[in-house]
Design a protein around this ligand. Structure first.
Ligand code: HEM
Length: 475
């Protein structure tokens, strides 16, 4: 349909001339009139002419319409719809992370003892089916050691939590993969976005497998006895699952923001809006390079702190030392407690350090406190530093840095409250969501400082140079 016509113009004047000659340029650029049948017919009769011109142009110009299919052609900029869809996906991933946290906090995660990617999408629908599922659960170490008192009704609750978590995972899979196929076939992705989307699809598939790998560590008696643990999932696997979800979230968000920024520049450039040149010159300022390092450093630090939080959650280490800043009577527990030989598994104790750092709940909690405090003061320092450049920084980046400061403060308050009140579910879930919110702010800060890709830069600059103010892009 012509109303879907999307135009990407770059350097070559031959094509522009051809388009002008055939009047298509004027008619199609003014796309409000393209719905009329007369114009559509006119356009159809001319399309082969344009297509030939474009092919001979060697892809300096690319016009994408439903009517004109240019073999192997790809847009310089992905369509705005793909950016919005990626932001929608990031919202869903945010939601499932919180739901996953609630599943863990309500101790529901080990209630489904099998992984059936397809048939598991249906919950038990009859009393008999529920009883069968309950019987399977009764074979699990969690039931035998911790939950032998549980009734079928109580089992239904924990089962539904875990089933809901898995269902939302499947829905996100569909919400992501079906549009990928559609957008790909309609050539809506630029080359850069294509490989990102492939990586994200792989990560999504991997995430399901990691989820089951994690659950298995809490169902397998051999693994539990090796870890000398009560029936819970391994903290390493829980953190891997959390980390993969965070990476997926950051990946879709980053790609979505990048596409929407490019589309915004494109729209403004076609309107002849000078703001694009201002943003480009701000982004080209050498001072922004330092701020980019600051943003990347912050993002990595928050991610690392969040992963250490995953280790705290996986070891239930929030249930000890429920005071802040003191841990017990002093600021720090004794060295013998922090580096206890109990956690070493080698006769020569060569693994004493790393095992305590990753498996001793006291040490793991201390590591999280140290990282969290470092993160807070680093955000504060970055905020003060970024403020020095507030006049030359893009406004969006300035605002996200303010947001990061506010969220970091809230996150520390939530973390301390979670600890002091012995990990109540609402606070712990809010603390987990807070970690994602802080990551969002840091990632958005960095994304707003990112220079345009060279091909985007050339493309947008070209539009501005040619002052193609009438170009519209209907997405
Ligand atoms: C920048 C600051 C912080 C970040 C990014 C952060 C991040 C996280 C994350 C991602 C988790 C895992 C949540 C889950 O999987 O359910 C967690 C858990 C936890 N954090 Fe933090 N945290 C921060 C600050 C703090 C502070 C200051 C404290 C208090 C000393 C704290 C105490 C806890 C506790 C007790 C848990 C375990 C909660 C549970 O068992 O669900 N956090 N943190």
């Amino acid at each position: 349909m012509l109303s879907r016509t999307r135009f990407f113009f770059t350097k070559n004047s031959t094509v522009l001339q051809t388009l002008n000659q055939t009047k298509i340029c004027r008619l199609a650029l003014n796309s409000r009139v393209t719905k009329s049948a007369g114009v559509r017919n006119f356009f159809n009769t001319q399309r082969s002419h344009v297509s030939t011109a474009l092919k001979s142009d060697g892809w300096n110009a690319a016009v994408h319409t439903e009517g004109i299919k240019l073999s192997g052609g790809q847009p310089v900029i992905s369509s705005r719809t793909t950016g919005l869809w990626l932001l929608g996906t990031s919202g869903l991933v945010f939601g499932i992370v919180v739901l996953g946290g609630l599943t863990r906090l309500t101790e529901s995660g080990l209630s489904i003892t099998e992984w059936k990617p397809v048939t598991g999408a249906l919950p038990p629908l009859s009393q008999k089916h529920w009883e069968e599922e309950f019987e399977k659960y009764q074979e699990s170490p969690e039931f035998k050691q911790l939950n032998s008192h549980i009734t079928l009704e109580e089992f239904k609750f924990i089962y539904s939590m875990e089933w809901g978590h898995r269902l939302v995972g499947r829905l996100i899979g569909a919400f992501f993969i079906l549009p990928v196929v559609y957008f790909w076939s309609r050539k809506r992705f630029s080359f850069d976005v294509k490989w990102k989307v492939v990586t994200l699809t792989a990560l999504l598939g991997l995430q399901g497998a990691i989820g089951w790998w994690m659950v298995k560590s809490g169902l397998d008696e051999t693994q539990l006895s090796e870890r000398n643990s009560k029936p819970t999932v391994s903290q390493y696997r829980l953190t891997t699952h959390l980390g993969a979800a965070f990476l997926m979230y950051l990946g879709v968000l980053w790609t979505g923001i990048e596409i929407l920024r490019e589309n915004k520049w494109f729209r403004e450039a076609t309107k002849g809006n000078e703001a694009v040149s201002t943003v480009f010159s701000k982004l080209n300022n050498p001072a922004m390079k330092k701020l980019r390092y600051v943003g990347a450093g912050l993002l990595s630090l928050v991610f690392f702190t969040a992963m250490s939080g995953g280790m705290v959650a996986g070891l239930d280490a929030g249930l000890i030392y429920n005071t802040f800043p003191h841990m017990g009577d002093d600021l720090l527990p004794s060295t013998s407690e922090l580096m206890s030989p109990v956690f070493s598994r080698k006769p020569d104790q060569s693994d004493l350090w790393w095992r305590n750092l990753l498996e001793n709940p006291t040490t793991v909690q201390l590591v999280h406190r140290i990282l969290a405090t470092t993160t807070f003061f680093t955000v504060l320092a970055a905020h003060l530093y970024a403020n020095k450049y507030k006049k030359i920084m893009p406004a969006a980046a300035r605002k996200t840095m303010h947001a990061a400061m506010g969220i970091a403060t809230l996150q520390v308050a939530l973390g301390i409250s979670t600890l002091i009140y012995l990990v109540p579910i609402p606070l712990a879930a809010a603390h987990q969501a807070g970690a994602l919110a802080l990551l969002t702010a840091c990632l958005t800060f960095l994304a707003q400082l990112k220079k345009p890709r060279p091909q985007t830069y050339a493309f947008i600059n070209d539009i501005m140079k040619k002052k193609l103010q009438n170009v519209t892009r209907r997405l």
